[in-house]
Write a protein that binds this ligand. Structure first.
Ligand SMILES: Nc1ncnc2c1ncn2[C@@H]1O[C@H](COP(=O)(O)OP(=O)(O)OP(=O)(O)O)[C@@H](O)[C@H]1O
Length: 475
């Protein structure tokens, strides 16, 4: 249906060739390789409670006409921040971002953004929402209305022009988001997880239609940058996949040239093989052994609360995953397990990271494998599992820091504020809060300390203060 609409539109477009903002050459997608966006040595820090928090470091990236580039990485690796830097929505801390060779000094005039949460104005109709971008550019009303109608048709929303966002399903709202971005015919369409707020079928349908438009050469943009944490989505859509790693700062870990013919067959061996390769890169536990690049800070090597943040996994969550692996003979393919549970691999990563940190599992190829201690932990009764956990948790630097500090204070108490200040040097307020929640949960389960929400204080578990290796000064 969309393609028919397109053919119709194409003819209509030719007839309207005089309209200034809808140029004929934009109606074709030239795979001319022109360099559209470039970052050189891009570094981005955000202001934290105490100083700058580095998020991206040493990012050298190019986006050329004719390509779809996916920015893939785990939560917090800086994908959205990189997208916003490319769009000129946030300034680089150092390094340069250029559009067609010109350094950005504000919003990038060659890009338009589609957001995960649609970001529509509820008091405006579909037509008015779509016209917004053109209004900002000072396009006259009649031309604006005409262009909006075309974008609405293109994206399959014809008939909904006068509807308000609240009358639309999630999928239809996101179509409005696309139409609003496409109406300005940006050189580069920026998409920040545009399908992740939609149910699976709606996302699949919309993704498929967009790819048809792109492949047919009718998409009114010359390149696409897509942020996603979904490996399959990246392999399905992108020409290049840029994998960002998060530790200790967001850096480019690897770039994959996809090179598969379109439309892509998910069941083709080459498709599955690439998914496996990307997956290994994303989940790889290899330490940063390479020499830091010109623009990167030196890698940190000793585990400390600063360089080993606690993953946001509760004891219940990580125990649940350990038990699932135990029930699969102590070894399971993580991607298969995520599939079975109807989750994305990314959803399981906090628990996987936690099990890894505690020494309960290792990754062997694509498989998550229980270690001897992990097997004992997963099969133990509550009391025994608490003992095993108390021993393993010495691998968690923040828990050890809390325990040691408590032991050194004759009163056996520690204010959470002290830890907040300490961690604020390295993490955002949100990250500090999440880490303290995890440390509280883990320390309580291990019966190392308790926590009083009022007056926000940790307190040593006196009966057990000799049990923990950190308390005995053995760590
Ligand atoms: N405006 C901001 N101020 C302070 N810190 C921020 C801001 N925006 C992002 N961050 C922090 O920067 C880090 C990277 O965030 P970003 O959203 O770019 O990552 P991401 O890879 O897109 O993650 P996700 O997949 O969870 O959206 C995170 O730790 C986040 O808390």
């Amino acid at each position: 249906m969309v393609l028919n609409t397109l053919r119709h539109l194409r003819a209509e477009r030719r007839a309207r060739a005089g309209i200034a903002y809808l140029t004929a050459d934009k109606a074709r997608r030239p795979a001319d390789g022109e360099l559209l966006l470039e970052t050189v040595g891009l570094t981005k820090s955000y202001a934290g409670a105490d100083g700058e928090l580095p998020v991206l470091s040493g990012i050298d990236l190019q986006v050329r006409a004719g390509e779809i580039v996916a920015l893939l990485g785990r939560s917090g690796s800086g994908k959205s921040t990189l997208l916003r830097c490319l769009a000129g929505l946030v300034p680089a801390s150092s390094g340069t971002v250029t559009y067609k060779g010109t350094p950005l000094t504000g919003a990038n005039p060659g890009t338009a953004m589609v957001f995960q949460t649609f970001a529509l104005l509820p008091w405006l109709t579909v037509q008015q929402n779509v016209e917004l971008g053109l209004e900002a550019k000072g396009v006259p009303a009649v031309e604006r209305a005409d262009a909006a109608r075309q974008a609405i048709d293109l994206i399959g929303l014809d008939g909904f022009e006068s509807a308000y966002p609240k009358e639309l399903s999630g999928g239809m709202r996101q179509r409005v988001g696309f139409a609003r971005a496409l109406v300005v015919e940006p050189d580069v369409l920026m998409m920040d997880e545009p399908f992740s707020a939609l149910d699976v079928l709606t996302a699949e349908n919309l993704r498929g239609e967009l790819m048809e438009l792109w492949e047919s050469g009718q998409f009114p943009t010359r390149a696409i940058v897509l942020v996603t944490h979904n490996i399959e989505e990246a392999v399905l859509m992108a020409d290049r996949i840029v994998v960002l790693g998060a530790r200790p700062y967001g850096t480019i870990r690897e770039v994959f040239d996809v090179g598969l013919n379109r439309p892509r067959d998910r069941n083709a061996p080459a498709f599955e093989e690439l998914i496996d390769r990307v997956y290994r890169t994303m989940t790889g536990r290899q330490k940063e052994t390479r020499t830091p690049g010109r623009h990167e800070p030196a890698a940190l090597d000793r585990r400390s609360p600063a360089n080993t943040p606690l993953p946001p996994a509760s004891v219940d969550g990580l125990s649940g995953l350990a038990e699932m692996v135990l029930n699969r003979a102590g070894r399971c393919d993580l991607a298969d397990l995520a599939d079975e549970l109807g989750l994305e691999i990314d959803d399981l990563m906090p628990q996987v990271d936690a099990l890894d940190l505690l020494g309960f599992t290792t990754l062997s190829g694509d498989d998550l494998v229980l270690t001897g201690t992990g097997t004992a932990f997963a099969g133990a009764d509550v009391q025994e599992s608490k003992k095993i956990f108390a021993n393993a948790v010495r691998n968690a630097p923040l828990v050890t820091l809390i325990t040691k500090s408590l032991c050194q204070n004759p009163a056996g108490t520690l204010r959470a504020g002290f830890l907040r200040d300490l961690l604020a040097h390295h993490f955002t307020v949100e990250q500090v809060t999440r880490q303290l929640e995890t440390a509280t949960d883990w320390g309580r389960y291990a019966e190392l300390y308790s926590y009083d929400a009022e007056p926000q204080e940790y307190r040593l578990n006196e009966s057990d203060d000799t049990r923990h290796p950190a308390a005995r000064g053995q760590h």
